[in-house]
Design a protein around this ligand. Structure first.
Ligand code: 5GP
Length: 250
């Protein structure tokens, strides 16, 4: 965040409830690639949610059991998002842990319920969707897969930071909020031109849809470097007060 923006934010913030200049909304407007010359009240879909450059925010009061935040990684497929998640957990197993997802597919011989997945019937899965118990879910080769709120809570309750990566299409609209979201792009791999174009296109889409939720953007040139950046971003996110749109609390 630039110093200028930070000062402005301080001016507008009150203790618990206030109006803060939303860095994310401003950023979204200024770098909109779809509509680079959007007027302040652009009716296009990329900006219509903005309305005003100000939004009412409240300081999120964490409960003692919410010692940590959920870290969500978001990026085009094939750029190493899952690799980054795996590496973070592998290097710091006392700090990070993944949530055990649910699936409607049958377990494989070596799999154990509650370890690789929670194996449940499609009927129960559908029921959980209806009851909004998934943060994200999707279908793959005829089976349903998803991460439940309870699975994430279980990790957070154990005192660890839950880290998940998500497919942009797998996030239901009502849960597109509240997480610490990072996007990352690989630029240093020997991609074929057409693959690279696809990744760029996907990255652009993700950015136009989700950038107002990003806390940090990582350009994944080098996995080791990305891990370090990630750890710094996580530390910062844990220490900083968290401001969320008032509409999330009401
Ligand atoms: P497998 O059946 O081999 O364990 O997983 C196959 C695929 O299911 C993965 O490559 C991924 O696309 C999808 N998948 C696995 N876990 C999840 C999850 O938690 N959420 C979603 N949306 N898809 C998942």
């Amino acid at each position: 965040m630039s110093e200028e923006l930070r000062e402005e934010e301080d001016d507008f913030s009150t203790d618990l409830v206030g109006f803060r200049r939303s860095m994310r909304l401003c950023r979204r407007r200024s770098h909109s690639t779809a509509h680079p010359s959007c007027p302040p009240r652009c009716p296009n879909s990329c900006c219509s949610a903005l309305g005003s450059p100000y939004e009412e925010v409240v300081r999120y009061q964490r409960h003692p059991q919410d010692a940590h935040r959920l870290i969500t990684l978001l990026g085009p497929s094939g750029v190493g998002v899952n690799e980054l998640r795996r590496r973070l957990i592998e290097i710091n197993p006392k700090i990070f842990q993944g949530a055990v997802p649910h699936t409607s597919r049958a377990p494989r011989e070596y799999e154990e319920s509650g370890r690789e997945y929670h194996f449940i019937s499609r009927e129960i899965f559908d029921n959980m969707i209806q009851n909004k118990r998934f943060l994200e879910y999707g279908e793959y080769k005829g089976s349903l897969y998803g991460t439940s709120v309870e699975s994430v809570r279980e990790v957070l309750n154990s005192g660890k930071i839950c880290v998940m990566d998500i497919e942009p299409n797998a996030v239901p609209a009502e849960t597109r909020r509240g997480a610490h979201i990072t996007t990352n792009y690989y630029v240093n791999r020997p991609f074929k031109d057409e693959d690279f174009q696809e990744i760029e296109e996907s990255a652009r889409k993700i950015e136009s849809q989700f950038c107002q939720f990003f806390d940090h953007v990582i350009v994944n040139d080098e996995l080791q470097d990305s891990c370090v950046q990630m750890l710094t971003a996580v530390r910062k996110a844990q220490d900083e007060p968290q401001w969320v749109p008032a509409s999330w609390i009401r």
